[in-house]
Write a protein that binds this ligand. Structure first.
Ligand code: ATP
Ligand code: MG
Length: 294
């Protein structure tokens, strides 16, 4: 399967997606009616408060929803192929090589009893890419690229020997090792200091500029606006996308009250937190809108 290198063609396409979690308190509709297109050469961002459904959308797109989650409706396609309900074996072919994930919790990609080097090389080993020496060289190069000092020493260390910020960057190296066509980055800068944040954002932008499709998830609109790296932006509130468009337009002239409130909560706007809390997703119906919080 060759990738269609046409910016007009989305590589990853999500259509009318509904995902719910089965919990002791009832079914939680975490994602409702989500439509998303992620194109090569572009960075598409999803912003939204905690619990709005960002990670659930990402996990559905890479076939890693937890066992209590169900895709109730909708389709997900990758390069024209329906991947909504692939088998585990089929996912092994795609994951890492075609679609890579930088997970919100880096511990999800790092095996605690495996060295950093072995973890970063894992995807290459599974897909039998290169010789052992070539895989090691690639791992060291990636560790350097994500800003790990002394990669040779870190290569032989274990995850518990890393700081949170380092583990996060190693998880980025892990996700990039297979040179995937789509990179999904779920809050990749959460535990990084400002300098590392900005270098990771530049790295993600470089990946998009190298004709890969990047989906960046963040709750921090400030960071995203200041970085100026996103091409498309979707704002998510209580399981739904409330606004989508060109990132510059949405950031400068948001239409939806929620997007406006997210932007007004920025430090430059005086750090006014959005009043109240997002609604409980249990018993959520169409009458629940963000306006009711204002
Ligand atoms: P955050 O910014 O905190 O990472 P998010 O936007 O990524 O939030 P999700 O993690 O997708 O949000 O969660 C969406 C909703 O689904 C929330 O109400 C959350 O409590 C619920 N949820 C997430 N994971 C599970 C799970 N494994 N079981 C039950 N409910 C879950
Ligand atoms: Mg999340």
């Amino acid at each position: 399967m060759s990738v269609t290198k046409n910016a007009a063609q989305p590589l990853l396409r999500v259509r009318d997606l509904n995902v719910s979690y089965s919990t002791a308190g009832g079914d939680v509709p975490a994602v409702q009616g989500v439509n998303l297109e992620v194109r090569p050469g572009q960075m598409t961002a999803i912003v939204g408060e905690s619990g709005s459904g960002k990670t659930t959308s990402a996990m559905a797109a890479i076939g890693l929803l937890p066992s209590n989650a169900t895709i109730d409706a909708g389709t997900i396609t990758f390069d024209g192929r329906d991947i909504t309900s692939l088998r585990r074996r089929e996912w092994r072919e795609l994951r890492g090589r075609r679609i890579g994930l930088i997970p919100q919790d880096p511990n999800n990609s790092l095996n605690p009893v495996q060295t950093i080097g072995a973890s970063v090389e894992e995807g290459l080993r599974i897909h039998k890419v290169g010789t052992a020496a070539e895989r090691k060289a690639k791992a060291l190069e990636l560790l350097e690229r994500v800003g790990i000092d002394d990669p040779e020493r870190r290569y032989h260390q274990y995850p518990h020997e890393l700081s949170g910020g380092m583990a996060q960057r190693v998880a980025v190296a892990f996700a990039l090792a297979g040179d995937p066509d789509v990179v999904i980055a779920d809050e990749p800068t959460a535990s990084l200091d400002p300098e590392l944040k900005s270098s990771l954002f530049s790295l993600l932008r470089d990946i998009a500029d190298a004709d890969r499709a990047v989906l960046l998830i963040t709750h921090d609109v400030t960071e995203l606006r200041d970085a100026g790296i996103a091409d498309r932006l979707s704002a998510m509130y209580a399981s739904r996308f409330v606004e989508q468009g060109a990132a510059s337009t949405v950031l400068e002239h948001p239409h939806d009250p929620y997007t406006r409130a997210l932007l007004a909560a920025l430090p430059s706007g005086g750090m006014v937190p959005i009043p109240g809390f997002p609604p409980s997703l249990v018993d959520l119906d169409d009458s629940v809108t963000f306006e009711s919080r204002l």
